[in-house]
Ligand binder design. Structure first.
Ligand code: GLA
Length: 744
């Protein structure tokens, strides 16, 4: 890894074994982007890539003698007022209404390692793992200082970017936008991939060719959202899972975002990523500063799996400081789908007892333990135990459960309140919304105004009273509605433009305080299922509830899409009852387990309702997960093999870092009658290694299928007989295999 500074030509070249990222200071001081992609040798001609042309209608913007229009020039951080009419990365509005600004190069700094952001979750790296470049630009009229930060990782094809502005002037200005990253490509022959959906079908993969103009995804919901993840990729037409170029972009942020691609009439492609400029206006007072979230840029020339490996390695090793980040995740039983609000202490203890009997390690008490929370109309915000339901309190219950040999976990939804609650009755001003208009509710709940310190403090004080006294090892932090009327009561107009971001700062602040106070607790984030599944929260919560949709076949799509960016260890995946609560679909218990193995594994049903035969399968599943959990969650590389979106079936494999072991799964959608054999081709293996392949049915003993070379398994594939799938239940049947290198 190296950062070359060509002082005579103003070129910067960030380079490691995989990638090069090159830009230069132009005459006049603005920055021009020159190249990002597969590594190239450093040389002294990069500056000749500079393209500057005048065409009709192109404004002449920079001062004599270096007149030019930036319309055709790839721009490293575009601003209003330069003849570049495409989406800008920064917008400064003066009190006189002028939006014109001009940031020119002032100085730069290069250093080993990486700085963390002050107010937002960010990646970390040691001095041996990364190098950073900060380029400082100035708008001399207003005395504004803009710092563009770049970090290149030594062993990963990754550049992390962010931007920061400081107002050293005497004039207050309004920051209309400050994106994290803007990246121009001198070509447009790409397809775009994004992850879109809704509640119950989060992060579905969508792929389409770029067209001239604007396309992209966004959230204006106050959360990164189920509708679109803060991610996009640009790939070549021919790119597949295992080959071809892929550029991946991901924002380390949990609130409103914009991830946009704009293709100009001159085939220049601009990728813009950052906090959404809509509903954003920051009062950048003289003397104050603002920092953007970080944007992660990944390049792969080994297909989408290569891109995902870079994201996974980055997020496994460089974001969460939790002691749980690199620990095997406890196998849990969560009571939600088993009981919803309808439980007693006796019932919970009976569920926990069975969980302990089958070998689970953690019992999680979900919604309904506090206030008068007997349904979703009341109690949210009152974080004290409901003794009518739980006479021993959380304190007593958690200790009884620990005595069974299980750890204890608890559900909270700290950002929300029901109007029917003590908290609302004493603080009606705490909720978000315009008091002169109807205050809408969703699931009968309102959003607490986390942009206010006193609100965050109040929730914190209530929670620590519970956490301090009970034996709590895990917390599921839920968030079940979006912000529909962003308005903070009692604040002036300027605050309202800052509200959406300040709300997120309040959420991060509470996470920061709770994770610091309880470093031993494993936090899991959740938002109506997977509506806030992003790298921002990953810093505090190393795992997230992937979706409320627990149907095993639906999970093939949700987990497949999620895996494009996020590691398996982050995806909570539970075996639930059939018919499935969300879809009324029947799937085999074995398939439900097989899908959930590729995640933070658990159960979400009343085990006391299962037959003896089913309990015996559950016991075997738990034994299997204990044996392979470290490989699946920590050590292994995850490869997608067959896309449920393209084939209706799923194939995936996790291969150990030494390529000596692997776990792979085939899940079929609908069964085929009278079909021929399948050849299930694997990936990631050592071509020359001989592997013993074992099939795990969970109903009979494990069965050794045979021994095959890695190249056979990758080129020819494992043969799966259709009749076997029919015998396994037909629709939604699955087969799980383990591979072990034969000792020579
Ligand atoms: C959300 C979560 C569920 C469950 C319920 C409880 O929907 O996604 O897992 O915790 O809330 O109300």
């Amino acid at each position: 890894m190296f950062i070359y500074e060509h002082r005579d030509t103003g070129v910067f070249h960030l380079q490691n074994a995989f990638i090069s990222y090159i830009f230069k200071v132009m005459d006049g001081g603005a920055l021009e982007h020159l190249y990002y992609g597969k590594r190239v040798h450093d040389c002294d001609i990069f500056h000749l890539l500079h393209e500057e042309k005048m065409r009709s209608c192109g404004a002449v913007c920079l001062e004599e003698p270096s007149i030019q229009s930036l319309e055709f020039t790839p721009n490293e951080f575009p601003v209003y007022g330069t003849g570049d009419f495409k989406t800008p990365a920064i917008g400064i509005k003066r009190s006189n209404g002028s939006l014109v600004s001009s940031f020119v190069y002032d100085h730069h700094v290069v250093y080993d390692g990486k700085k963390e952001l002050e107010s937002l979750p960010s990646l970390y790296a040691t001095e041996d793992e990364a190098m950073s470049l900060e380029v400082v630009l100035k708008d001399s009229l207003l005395n504004l200082e803009l710092t563009l930060s770049y970090t290149i990782f030594k062993d990963l094809p990754v550049v992390v970017r962010s931007s920061r502005i400081v107002n050293h002037g005497v004039e207050d200005v309004c920051l209309d936008r400050l994106l994290s990253s803007s990246l121009d490509f001198k070509e447009s022959a790409f397809e775009m991939i994004d992850l879109v959906g809704a509640w119950g079908r989060e992060r579905y993969v969508e792929r389409f060719p770029l067209r001239t103009g604007i396309q992209g995804v966004q959230s204006l919901r106050g959360a990164s959202s189920a509708e679109a993840n803060p991610f996009m990729a640009l790939v070549r037409k021919e790119t597949t899972e295992s080959q071809g170029e892929a550029y991946g972009f991901n924002l380390v942020y949990s609130g409103n975002f914009l991830a946009q691609v704009e293709v100009s009439s001159f085939a220049l492609t601009r990728v813009s990523l950052g906090i959404h400029p809509e509903m954003f206006a920051w009062d950048l007072k003289a003397g104050s500063s603002f920092e953007s979230p970080e944007a992660v840029c990944v390049y792969s020339d080994c297909g989408l799996n290569g891109m995902s490996h870079a994201f996974h390695a980055l997020y496994k090793g460089h974001i969460s400081r939790s002691v749980w980040a690199n620990r095997e995740r406890p196998i849990l039983l969560n009571n939600w789908e088993g009981t919803e609000f309808d439980f007693t202490e006796e019932k919970i203890l009976a569920m926990a007892k069975k969980a302990s009997d089958v070998g689970a390690e953690l019992f999680v008490l979900d919604d309904g333990w506090f206030g008068v929370r007997n349904n979703d109309r009341a109690g949210l915000g009152d974080w004290f135990v409901n003794y009518d339901k739980l006479p021993s309190g959380i304190d007593g219950l958690s200790k009884k459960i620990e005595a069974m040999g299980l750890k204890f976990g608890l559900w909270i939804e700290p950002e929300m309140v029901n109007k029917d609650s003590d908290l609302y009755r004493s603080h009606p001003d705490y909720i978000v919304g315009d008091p002169e208009r109807f205050e809408s509710h969703s699931r009968h709940q309102h959003v607490l105004d986390f942009s206010k310190k006193e609100v965050v403090d109040c929730v914190y004080e209530m929670l620590i009273k519970v956490f301090d006294t009970a034996a709590i090892s895990y917390v599921k932090w839920d968030m079940n509605r979006y912000i529909t009327e962003p308005y903070s009561k009692g604040h002036d107009g300027k605050w309202q433009g800052e509200f959406m971001h300040r709300y997120m700062l309040g959420v991060y602040e509470l996470y920061e305080r709770l994770t610091k106070r309880y470093p031993h607790i494993l936090f899991e984030s959740c938002a109506s299922g997977g509506a806030r599944f992003d790298a921002g929260l990953l810093k505090y919560a190393p795992q997230a509830w992937t979706s409320d949709d627990t149907d095993a076949y639906e999970r093939t799509k949700i987990q497949y899409g999620t895996s494009l960016v996020y590691p398996v260890s982050m995806m909570s995946a539970h075996v639930s009852a059939v018919p499935n609560h969300q879809l009324n679909r029947m799937t085999p218990l074995v398939t439900r387990g097989n899908m959930a193995f590729f995640g933070a594994f658990g159960y979400e049903l009343d085990l006391n309702l299962l037959s003896e035969e089913e309990i015996s399968i559950v016991k075997k599943q738990i034994q299997f997960m204990k044996q392979y959990r470290s490989l699946i969650q920590l050590d292994g590389k995850f490869y997608r093999l067959l896309s449920p979106f393209e084939t209706g079936n799923l194939g995936q494999i996790v291969v150990s870092s030494d390529q000596k072991e692997a776990v792979c799964l085939y899940v079929q959608g609908l069964n085929t009658v009278n079909g021929s054999w399948l050849r299930f081709k694997l990936d990631g293996l050592d071509a020359d290694c001989l592997y013993k392949v074992t099939y795990h049915s969970f109903t009979k003993d494990e069965e050794v299928i045979g021994s095959f070379y890695g190249d056979y398994l990758m080129r020819i594939g494992l043969v799966i007989e259709r009749d076997d799938l029919t015998a396994l239940g037909g629709d939604f049947a699955s087969m799980l295999f383990t591979l072990k290198a034969e000792v020579a």
